[in-house]
Ligand binder design. Structure first.
Ligand code: ADP
Ligand code: MG
Length: 339
């Protein structure tokens, strides 16, 4: 069952030439974690603000749960009536309120005390914050503050939680930890979530599906595996990492199949003498190499059948070191090796 749907949603901001979001349609299923990713300015935040009711679309229909929250000819439902939870990059906790009061802030005053206590205990357990009830935000680490923000969003049990760049304020190691925590917490809560992030590693790591935006248009929607291994276009391919775009017919592919797209880590270097080169391989000269500690990226200049010269990139183990000028043979790893 779809818990959130957008149909034909378009948004232009005043005094801008291009639409921030153009004819966007997508659906999120119950319990699903969907990430929306794309370069800065691709329309991610606009999409979230439209769903939350902080902006109104020029046209299009948005449904949350069973309820249409905005549609052409209808007065848009205000944010507080939409039943969506929000988690922002800057946590947006009330500095003068304790963890307890921050978390319970969104609950109806009519809710019985016993029920509020039970909800507080449940969401603090879920977010790994028991015993923190009386602390103030400044007495917590960034990761803990973000988990309080998540606990607050979860407390009223909304049908959908929206998260806008929730890991952006954190340094790299904390970021990875919180990414794992948030994924686990959202799944344990069984909540449906829409996570906006410019970091494709966040999207790959926590999502059931990923939607890719570019210039306000949906490029592709699919599982992390589909998006990474079968990107719909060049921009999507390179957003998720390096990609070699090689001439048709290389690496033993059928020429009719068009240009060959292959990720650097799906190639391997073998140091066979040229006359022994296996079918479907390419022989060339190492032109550059970059050492990253746990792996190295090696660029190889090759010549194609039609006399064209091109460079490709191979991501491989850090040893053996391949000096610039070395003659090497590159081939695609077997499918079994990279699946
Ligand atoms: P993202 O979150 O993907 O970085 P945004 O949704 O913030 O992208 O922005 C999409 C586009 O809309 C950008 O071109 C941005 O400059 C523009 N934009 C966003 N907010 C406003 C605004 N309040 N007024 C005018 N233009 C805006
Ligand atoms: Mg944004």
């Amino acid at each position: 069952m779809s818990v959130l749907s957008l149909k034909g949603v378009t948004k232009h901001y005043p005094r801008t030439t291009h639409a921030a979001l153009e004819d966007l349609s997508l659906e999120i299923q119950e319990g699903e974690i969907l990430s929306v990713t794309g370069e800065s300015g691709s329309g991610k935040t606009t999409m979230l603000r439209l769903i939350a009711g902080l902006e109104v679309p020029d046209t299009g229909t948005i449904t949350v749960g069973q309820r249409t929250v905005c549609a052409p000819g209808m007065a848009p439902l205000p944010p507080e009536k939409r039943g969506v939870g929000m988690v922002f990059q800057n946590y947006a906790l009330f500095p003068h309120l304790t963890v307890r009061d921050n978390v319970l802030y969104g609950l109806s005053r009519r809710q019985a005390k016993a029920e509020r206590t039970e909800i507080l205990a449940r969401v603090l357990a879920l977010t790994g914050l028991p015993g923190m009830e009386k602390r103030y935000p400044h007495e917590l680490s960034g990761g803990q503050q973000q988990r309080v923000a998540l606990a607050r969003a979860l407390a009223p049990h909304p049908p959908v939680i929206l998260l806008d760049e929730p890991f952006s304020n954190l340094d790299a190691s904390l970021r990875q930890q919180l990414r794992e925590d948030v994924g686990r917490i959202l799944r344990a809560a069984g909540t449906t979530a829409l996570l906006v992030t410019h970091d494709t590693r966040d999207a790959l790591a926590v999502s059931d599906r990923i939607a890719v935006l570019r210039h306000g248009r949906l490029q592709q929607i699919g599982t992390p595996m589909e998006i990474y291994h079968e990107p719909a276009n060049e921009a999507t391919a390179t957003l998720f990492g390096s990609m070699n775009f090689l001439p048709a017919g290389t690496l033993g592919r059928a020429r009719e199949a068009g240009p060959v797209w292959v990720r650097p880590e799906h190639l391997e270097v073998i140091t066979l003498p040229e006359r022994e080169s296996a079918a479907g391989s390419l022989t060339g000269t190492v032109s550059r190499s970059h050492f990253y500690g746990d792996r190295q990226e090696v660029s190889v200049v090759c010549g194609g059948d039609a006399g064209e010269v091109f460079e490709l990139s191979v991501m491989m183990a850090p040893v053996p070191t391949l000096p610039v000028g070395a003659r090497v043979t590159v081939r695609e790893k077997s499918v079994a090796a990279h699946s």
